[in-house]
Each structure stands twice: as structure tokens, then as C-alpha cells.
Design a protein around this ligand. Sequence first.
Ligand SMILES: [Zn+2]
Length: 154
Amino acid sequence: MKVRPLGCAEVEAAPVCGPASVGADTGLVVPTIVEPEPQPDAATSVGDTANDWLCAWCHNRVANEKDRFPYNGKDEFTFRNPEGIRFEIITFSRTLGCQKEGVATLEHTWFPGYAWSYCQCGECGQHLGWYYAGTIEFAGLIISRIVRAVGVRN
Ligand SMILES: [Zn+2]
């Protein structure tokens, strides 16, 4: 049984990467370092529209971040409807390009004392959430059906 020595290949005595001789001007290539360009602050450059929430289907403006409405101190909720479908919603004190649909009802309402009706996109008609009418009125929009205007480029 032969045992081969490991890592003992005979190497010609070539100089291994000594300090680079940068003396003569013989085609020295200076590597170009590409640095990422500083991104302008979208919040200040785009203005308030950067805080818009848009319909995920047609990008119609439907709400604004500053209109978030805290209900009992929260403005995001997760509910299940009677069919067991889970919805995550954000509550807004008002909506923008939405329309109310249907007759308000207290049946299966997620907010006791608040009658709900459908909230649809005013442009494409998608069901985006619900309006709640009680001592005050607010809307709950389904997070997965709306997108933030930030980063959306038309
Ligand atoms: Zn839409």
C-alpha cells in the first residue's frame, strides 16, 4: 500500500505575490470602485403621496398612512369571518378613492356596536375592506389588498 504525500507537489520557485511594483507607468490598472449612489429621501422628495395606500390591483389611492385610526389603541387587527377566512386589516378614519357598498349590518361585526358595509375600490371595484358605522365611522382595509405608494413607480 502506497501512501502519497499530500501537498508536496514540487513547485518552481516562483516569487509569490510580493509587494506590487507600482513604480513604472506600465499599464497599471486602478480598479474602479463603484459606490452606491445615495438615494434621495423619498418621504421628503415625493411629499405626502409617499404615505398613500393604493389599491393593490389598480394603484388607485385609497387611504393615507396619517389617517390611521386607533380603535381601543390599536390600528391593526386580525379577524376571521364566519367562513373561517382570516383577514388582517388596518383601521383608517377615512378613505380616499373608495366607495361604500351594501346596507350596513351589525351581523357578525368585528367591532361591537359598529355596523359594517363593504368598502370597494372606487376605480376597479375590488373589495378592499369594510366601513364601520357606530358612534363614529371608520374603515378597515385588508392589508393584503392594499400597497404602500412608497416604491411603486408608474
Ligand atoms: Zn382598484
